[in-house]
Design a binder for this molecule. Structure first.
Ligand SMILES: NC(=O)C1=CN([C@@H]2O[C@H](COP(=O)(O)OP(=O)(O)OC[C@H]3O[C@@H](n4cnc5c(N)ncnc54)[C@H](O)[C@@H]3O)[C@@H](O)[C@H]2O)C=CC1
Ligand SMILES: O=C(O)[C@H]1O[C@H](OP(=O)(O)OP(=O)(O)OC[C@H]2O[C@@H](n3ccc(=O)[nH]c3=O)[C@H](O)[C@@H]2O)[C@H](O)[C@@H](O)[C@@H]1O
Length: 464
């Protein structure tokens, strides 16, 4: 079966870039990305490519090439479903905030709505692809809905989790370590798998396209994120020990990373991992383990989150204790709000918790981030419900310029590893600050020797 028409439900950080690359690499397939969020779709259709709702290096070029040719963004979900022979579900699957599994389980209401809409609209056979990250065995729930509410149409369900990382999404999509496709072991299931393999084979070498059963595919996605996050928590745990013992976490990372069994990636100590997925997916894994009665397995993975929260907390504690145990009324400048560099995404960013802690101590926080807009920062803080919205706006200010943001402040805290922070005129920043002037480098990116020579007092995560 040759796929001619793809619909993707969900025009977010995954659906947008992923399908833009599919469209770029498969000019003979019509790709339509749909979303209920009309503003988001309008932004994807904006003539001005700087206004795309997702900032990713290189994405504007991909969209420019394919949009209007075989890539379309629309709010007409029914039409796109009706016309498609393959439908990707790429909607959000956040942690549940209510009811059973609150704070742990994945909220599957958006997934279910998609399944019901597909069932209702479809008049011809479809392959439905889970692109969202889902708990293991979700495919059976989707199948159940499709088969019991549909009009006698045949559906095949595949799992095709996405492994892109934000900030490098386009590169990751163009050159993936692997593409994972899980499907039924039946003949029809195998045909569906092959149809999706053929789509990717337009640009991904065959040996990197891995096919498995559905459950292995679903669980592999959660496992991959759990392992990656575990590495960050492991090195962050060591960073605290380094600070106490006089070791340097960068030297430790290098020393262990040269062991080919360990490998060098994902060993950068930080103020704590953020992003929409690591925490949510591990909590989901913990919840799944608990529902199977596997409490030791659940406890093991939960430690990764506990360590991460500790790392964020101890960073803000360090700021307070260093500033003579009080930050009340003091201006503290944040460089960075995004959860990592090269993205405008702030979901679960360490900056949010660190800011919240400092505001609780009555600090005045001033933030500069090259890509995150002011409204987003306030929305992140308001969501915590720690204080009134008016108070958040009074205590936290946002600046478009790093020098203005740091003027008259007592301390600078680096929360995101944006490259431009390394290129600043740090003498100028120092001259305009209160003394002693402190720098807290939560990302280990600044040249501490240079900063000290200017007169800064410096703290870097993981350095004794
Ligand atoms: N953000 C990332 O880097 C990665 C995310 N994932 C997974 O991909 C999934 C999507 O994540 P993001 O793209 O980051 O989320 P997102 O929140 O950026 O985008 C999801 C979109 O789905 C839309 N949507 C929700 N329900 C809908 C419905 N019934 N009909 C039409 N549109 C609907 C929302 O309006 C939103 O625009 C999640 O399961 C996530 O775990 C997987 C790999 C990487
Ligand atoms: O499922 C997902 O959403 C995605 O989650 C992560 O991607 P992402 O969260 O976009 O970004 P990462 O590069 O993994 O960084 C996550 C967080 O860990 C932090 N990190 C990462 C690596 C490291 O060595 N140290 C460290 O603190 C980053 O600063 C960031 O806050 C995974 O890397 C992707 O494979 C996966 O598809």
């Amino acid at each position: 079966m040759k796929i001619k028409n793809i619909c993707c439900i969900g025009a977010g950080y995954v659906g947008g870039p992923t399908m833009a690359v599919v469209a770029q690499k498969c000019p003979n397939i019509k790709v339509t990305i749909v979303d209920i969020n009309a503003a988001r779709i309008a932004a994807w259709n904006d003539e001005d490519l700087n206004k795309l709702p997702v900032f990713e290096p290189g994405l504007d070029e991909v969209v420019k090439e394919a949009r209007g040719r075989n890539l379309f963004f629309s709010t007409d979900i029914d039409k796109a479903i009706d016309e498609a022979d393959m439908i990707f579900i790429s909607v959000n699957t956040p942690t549940k905030t209510y009811g059973k599994g609150k704070g742990m389980a994945a909220d599957l209401k958006y997934i279910e709505l998609c399944a019901r809409q597909i069932a209702q609209v479809s008049k011809t056979d479809k392959i439905v692809v889970e692109k969202s990250t889902l708990p293991v065995r979700t495919a059976s729930a989707i199948k159940n809905i499709l088969e019991n509410t549909g009009n006698g149409v045949n559906f095949q369900i595949l799992s095709n989790p996405e492994f892109l990382a934000e900030g490098t999404a386009v590169q990751d999509l163009l050159n993936p370590d692997r593409v994972l496709i899980g499907g039924d072991t039946t003949e029809a299931g195998q045909k569906a798998i092959q149809a999706l393999v053929d789509v990717y084979a337009n640009w991904v070498p065959n040996e990197r396209i891995l096919t498995t059963n559905v459950w292995s595919s679903e669980l592999s996605k959660l496992t991959a994120n759990a392992f990656l996050a575990q590495r960050v928590s492991s090195i962050n745990a060591m960073s605290e020990l380094c600070e106490k013992s006089g070791a340097d976490v960068n030297e430790v990372s290098k020393a262990i990373g040269m062991d080919s069994r360990i490998g060098s990636k994902f060993l950068k100590a930080s103020v704590g991992f953020g992003g929409s997925c690591f925490q949510k997916d591990i909590l989901n894994l913990v919840y799944i383990a608990k529902t199977y009665g596997l409490t030791k397995v659940a406890d093991y993975w939960e430690q990764v989150i506990i360590m991460n929260n500790h790392q964020k907390q101890r960073f803000s504690d360090k700021i307070v204790s260093t500033l003579f145990n009080t930050v009340s009324g003091k201006k503290i400048t944040f460089l960075g709000w995004a959860f990592k560099k090269d993205t405008n995404d702030t979901r679960e960013s360490a900056a949010i918790m660190v800011a919240d802690n400092l505001l609780n101590e009555q600090a005045k926080v001033s933030v500069y981030d090259p890509k995150v807009i002011e409204e987003r920062m306030y929305a992140d803080l308001d969501y915590l419900n720690t204080r009134t919205e008016a108070k958040n706006r009074e205590l936290l200010t946002v600046s478009q310029d790093p020098y203005e943001a740091s003027k008259d402040s007592h301390a600078i805290a680096v929360l995101t590893e944006w490259d431009e922070f390394k290129t600043y005129d740090w003498q100028k920043i120092y001259d305009n600050m209160h003394k002693p002037a402190f720098v807290f480098d939560g990302r280990g990116i600044l040249d501490v020797a240079h900063l000290r020579s200017i007169g800064f007092e410096c703290y870097t995560i993981g350095k004794g």
